[in-house]
Design a protein. Sequence first.
Length: 150
Amino acid sequence: MEITGHPVAHLAISVESAQSSPPSNLDLDIFVTLRHFSAVGEEVHCTGSSGDSVPVTKGWLRVSLCKVNHDSSYHRDYLPRREYRSSDVLPYECDVELWPTNVVVEAGRSLVFEVASVDTEGAGLFKHNSPVDWYVSLFSQEFRLTSVNY
């Protein structure tokens, strides 16, 4: 099997706060990773832009900014057009773009599709931990991902 181009994960999610009364600004970051494993279960790494070992591809999205404008002339199925308005209501249907990739998976090998709410192994220099963008007061709460459909 060969995967080439711009993968997009179409997710339907819901979140709930671990707090008894969720905050009004409830939000979530979604991190998607596609991993390649050998027939004996060892991860097959690619070489990242800084020479480090990385998975096949990764993508991420802040759920509050996920609304897609399907009517835009710039919209493509493989490259959803967003206007990134923080005033948009959370629709909980998320198209998470992954970095363009090319991988051949031979017979006996497997791909693992991983969804997380924090950076996972292989983020390298591209971690999402800036205090300017990742507000501790908003994202340090505990969340539970209650459903994922892809």
